[in-house]
Design a protein around this ligand. Structure first.
Ligand code: 4AD
Ligand code: MG
Length: 464
C-alpha cells in the first residue's frame, strides 16, 4: 500500500479509508489493552496518533515500539474525538522497521541546545530542529522566488578563488601540496607553481567580485551559495561556513539599493508568516514568546535610514547620558554589536539601514562620496541579530578604484579581470550580501547560529 505523508493525511476527511503511514515514534502511552503512539515523519511538526489494540499485535513487538523507533503502519483513518487533531489511525498492521535502543540520544525532552548540538546527526528528528530546517527550506524558496519574479538571474560564482573580496585575509587555503614537504624560495615564501592551480587559492569569502561581472553583462543577478571565513570569532552570530545571498544590480543608486534590501527582507519574513505557520507557532510557544509579533512588526515597519555620522552622534549622546558600552565609540570606529543593538533595540526600536561609512573601515570596492571621507556602504541592522546585510554602491571610476587599491595595498595581480569592468563600458552598480543563517536566526527566534544550519563549522568543530 502506498505511503501517505502525515502532512497530507491530516488535511483529509475521507474517514473510513485504509491508509499507510511511516515515521518515527515520538511517544507511546496507554494501558494493557490499548496503546496510543504519536508518529512523526518530518513532513510537518504535527504527529498522527496511532491507536493499537493490544490483542491484535505481538506483545514482544509492541514492547519494542519505543521513542525513536521507526514504524510502518496500515490502518483505518478515523475521526479523532480528542482535542487537537481530526484524524487518527486505527492500526491493523504495524511493522517495526527499525527499533531504537534506550541509549537513543534524543530520548529525553528538554535537553539543552548545547547537548543537542553534539548530536547534530540526530537532532533533526526533534520538533525544534524539524521546525527550523523546514523554515530554512522555505526561506531558500522565498529568496529564489523574490529574485526570479523581479527578473534577476541566478548566477553561479566559484567557490575556489584566488582573490580576497573583503580583503580581510580570513581565507581557508585550498591546496594539493604535501604540507609536510613544502618547497620554498630563497625568501622563505612557498612556491605554488607546482600546486594544483599553479597559484595560491582559497575558499571564497564572497561571490561579489564575480557577481559584479555577471551584473555588468546580464543587468541584474543574484548568487546564493556557501561562503567561508576563517575568522576566529566564537560568537552566536559567526560561522566559518555560512550561506550568503548576493544580488548585484547595474544602474542602481543608494536609495534604490536600500529599497531593495528592505523589500527583500520583508518579502522573506512575510513568506514565513504565510507558509510556515505551524512551525512558527511551535517556536513561538517553545523558544521565543515574542517571535510572531516581532516578525509581523518588521513587515509593517519602515526601516530607519541613518547616516553613520548621525549614528555616532546618537551613541555619543547616550554615553554622555550615562549609558555604558564595553567598547568606546567615536567617529571612525567600526561599530561593535552592542552599539548596533543600542540603535536598533533601544533608540529607534526598528531595523536600521546605516549608510555613508568612513572609508577606512570598509572594503576597497565601495563608491567614494564627494566628502573624501565616506563611502556609499549600507549595513542593515536588525533587532536581536545586529548586522544582517552588508552592501554598497561600487566605485565605478577606474582611476578612483585603482587609487584606493594602491592606498590599501591590495594585491591586484590576480584581479585584472575585475578592473576590466571599469575599463570597458564601466557602469554604476551596487549590491549587497545577506547572511542566510542570520535571516534564519531572526525568523526562527533561535539564539545561536550553530542551531540554524544542519552541521555547523566553527573554530575547532567540523564534526559530521
Ligand atoms: O558584510 P559582509 O562581509 O559583506 C560582503 O561579503 C559583501 N561582499 C557583500 C556584498 O556586497 N555583495 O557579509 C555580508 C553578510 C553580513 O551582513 C552577515 O549577515 C553575513 O554576511 N556574514 C556572516 N554570517 C555568518 N557567519 C559569518 N562569519 C559571517 N560573516 C558575514
Ligand atoms: Mg559587513
Amino acid at each position: 500500500m502506498r505511503r501517505t505523508k502525515i502532512v497530507d493525511l491530516l488535511k483529509r476527511e475521507d474517514y473510513g479509508s485504509q491508509v499507510c503511514v511511516k515515521g518515527w515514534v515520538r511517544t507511546k502511552r496507554g494501558s494493557k489493552s490499548v496503546n496510543f503512539i504519536a508518529l512523526n515523519d518530518g513532513s510537518t511538526i504535527k504527529n498522527v496518533q496511532i491507536v493499537a489494540d493490544a490483542e491484535k499485535f505481538d506483545p514482544e513487538m509492541m514492547k519494542s515500539i519505543t521513542t525513536g523507533a521507526c514504524l510502518s503502519v496500515v490502518g483505518e483513518m478515523v475521526q479523532s474525538i480528542g482535542a487537537g487533531q481530526n484524524v487518527e489511525i486505527q492500526a491493523s498492521e504495524i511493522e517495526l522497521l527499525g527499533d531504537c535502543p534506550s541509549d537513543y540520544p534524543m530520548q529525553k525532552k528538554g535537553q539543552t541546545m548545547e547537548y543537542m548540538r553534539q548530536y547534530a546527526h540526530m537532532r533533526i528528528r526533534t520538533n525544534t530542529f524539524g521546525a527550523v530546517f523546514r523554515i530554512r527550506h522555505n526561506m531558500a524558496i522565498a529568496i529564489h522566488k523574490f529574485f526570479h519574479d523581479k527578473g534577476f538571474y541566478y548566477f553561479h560564482t566559484p567557490i575556489i578563488t584566488a582573490s580576497d573580496c573583503e580583503g580581510a585575509g580570513e581565507m581557508f587555503q585550498v591546496t594539493t601540496k604535501n604540507l609536510y614537504d613544502l618547497k620554498k624560495d630563497d625568501n622563505g615564501q612557498i612556491i605554488y607553481n607546482d600546486d594544483f592551480f599553479g597559484k595560491m587559492t582559497s575558499l571564497t569569502v564572497s561571490g561579489q567580485l564575480e557577481g559584479e561581472l555577471g551584473a555588468t553583462g546580464l543587468g541584474q543577478i543574484y548568487t546564493f551559495g556557501p561562503t567561508f571565513r576563517a575568522e576566529n570569532s566564537n560568537t552566536p552570530r559567526h560561522l566559518a561556513e555560512f550561506w550568503m545571498i548576493e544580488p548585484e544590480v547595474s544602474f542602481i543608486d543608494l536609495p534604490d539599493l536600500m529599497d531593495l534590501e528592505e523589500e527583500f527582507i520583508k518579502y522573506c519574513v512575510q513568506w514565513a508568516l504565510d507558509n510556515c505557520q505551524d512551525d512558527l507557532e511551535f517556536l513561538n510557544k517553545m523558544i521565543d514568546k515574542g517571535l510572531i509579533e516581532r516578525l509581523q512588526s518588521v513587515v509593517n515597519t519602515e526601516f530607519v535610514r541613518l547616516p553613520y555620522t548621525k549614528g555616532i552622534e546618537i551613541l555619543e549622546e547616550a554615553v554622555k547620558n550615562g549609558h555604558k558600552f564595553e567598547f568606546p565609540v567615536s567617529w571612525g570606529c567600526d561599530l561593535a554589536s552592542e552599539h548596533e543593538r543600542y540603535l536598533v533595540e533601544e533608540y529607534f526600536k526598528k531595523p536600521v539601514i546605516m549608510i555613508d561609512y568612513p572609508k577606512d573601515i570598509k572594503a576597497f570596492y565601495m563608491k567614494q562620496n564627494e566628502d573624501g571621507k565616506t563611502v556609499q556602504g549600507t549595513d542593515v541592522l536588525f533587532p536581536q541579530i545586529g548586522e544582517i546585510i552588508g552592501g554598497s554602491i561600487r566605485e565605478e571610476s577606474y582611476d578612483k578604484l585603482m587609487k584606493r587599491i594602491e592606498e590599501m595595498n591590495i594585491p591586484m595581480k590576480d584581479m585584472w579581470w575585475y578592473l576590466d569592468t571599469r575599463k570597458y563600458g564601466s557602469c554604476p552598480h551596487g549590491g549587497f550580501g545577506l547572511g542566510f543563517e542570520r535571516l534564519i536566526l531572526f525568523v526562527t527566534g533561535m539564539q545561536n547560529i550553530r542551531d540554524v544550519i544542519p552541521f555547523p563549522r566553527t573554530p575547532k568543530t567540523a564534526e559530521f
